[in-house]
Write a protein that binds this ligand. Sequence first.
Ligand SMILES: Cc1cc2nc3c(=O)[nH]c(=O)nc-3n(C[C@H](O)[C@H](O)[C@H](O)COP(=O)(O)OP(=O)(O)OC[C@H]3O[C@@H](n4cnc5c(N)ncnc54)[C@H](O)[C@@H]3O)c2cc1C
Length: 416
Amino acid sequence: VSRRVVVAGGSLGGLRAVERLRAAGWREHITVVGAEPHMPYNRPPLSKAVLRELVPNGDEEAAAREVAAAAAFPVRVDSSGIDWRLGRTVTGTDLDARRLSLDDGETISYDGLVVATGLRPRRLRTEATTPGRHVLRTADHAVRLRGALVAGAHVVIVGAGFIGCEVAATARQLGCDVTVVEPLPEPMVGPLGGELAGAVRLHHERRGIRFRLARSLVEVRCGRNGGLEGVALDDGSIVRCDVLVEAIGSHPNVEWLEGNGLDLSNGVLCDDYMRVEGRADIVAVGDVARRPCAFLDGQPLRTEHWCVPTDTARRAAPTLVAQLDGLAPASTGQPPLSTFWTDQFDLRIQGLGVPGIADEYSVLEGRVHELESGVAVGAWRRGTLTGVLTVGLAPAAMRPYRERLLATQAGMTVTA
Ligand SMILES: Cc1cc2nc3c(=O)[nH]c(=O)nc-3n(C[C@H](O)[C@H](O)[C@H](O)COP(=O)(O)OP(=O)(O)OC[C@H]3O[C@@H](n4cnc5c(N)ncnc54)[C@H](O)[C@@H]3O)c2cc1C
């Protein structure tokens, strides 16, 4: 009887898991259950080129299909024995019985399970259910949002993280009037540190974006016709608003795993092999996984970057295949260095390592207020370099920072 690995989640993490399972020698069945109706597609363009270049034509469903198809990842594995159940959601699990239930009532048994269900956007806690409220995670969201970003629209973005700032830049490029509301003192201050974040804010302000920093939204105001009119902030001011983008973070999609005794307090807790704690036949990949971080002395950390699904699938899939074959997993070795990027106007900000956990930042190269000339900022935690942020540096100029961080990471990694 042929055995089955089920991959829950059909985005980048799900796809990389499938590829790495086959690469690790798994020749038996794979079933991928994905809540979205699309094959895996690339999300970063959704807040950048897709949002900027999409021409709204009224048929949102067809447009979302086109966006997802245009951004689809090539599937580089032989599709035989792989069953893609798209537009299907896993609603529950009995991990002891190795069984999943789907939203259409079907149950699927598995021998091994890959958790790749990623995140969904957090929403504002407000009663107002007006059509002017938006989030951005999927192709469908991008199409809806693009339809609202008409020149002259008053756009308020709540949350000045990467996605909030990317949408702000794109909306401004589309001719919208853009205000960003953020409770912290600078945009993206967590990963970038105060000085670099302040310089990026100035760059945006010079291009017409208004920031309301150290301020929170307290009320969403609608007019008599039910449409959005404005938002009230905690200093009593009102900001005019036709389009409200909620970019206030995300929730890991883990509810379907509840009732099985797992630690789901912030995603799915994994060990260094990406095995879900206490369950050798389940691994997790991508944004949903919380895993040991060398720069945090092995404490678990969950990160939401494009490199994560690929890096984690590379560890998770061989682990699962070894387990299903009754073998011990191979040593995990040195983990790759985490990286990320964000594109806002003409700036490309790149991150190496884990800058978001730093307690101090210092300029390593260039001048922070001359971003276009090339800048590198070091992120330090208790005196150790944990990350480097660069703007406008060529790949060759980043190499020494990469090598230094890799060496530090190797010194701190306890290889499993
Ligand atoms: C707008 C946007 C811009 C971004 N830009 C950048 C960037 O510039 N640089 C960068 O480094 N990173 C960027 N990222 C982050 C990057 O895209 C993510 O890290 C990556 O998509 C994570 O992939 P994933 O497969 O782990 O999770 P996801 O992409 O969240 O995929 C999870 C999938 O699982 C499905 N699912 C959820 N629950 C269930 C269930 N119960 N049953 C079945 N299926 C389920 C979901 O519908 C989804 O399709 C961006 C993300 C977004 C949204």
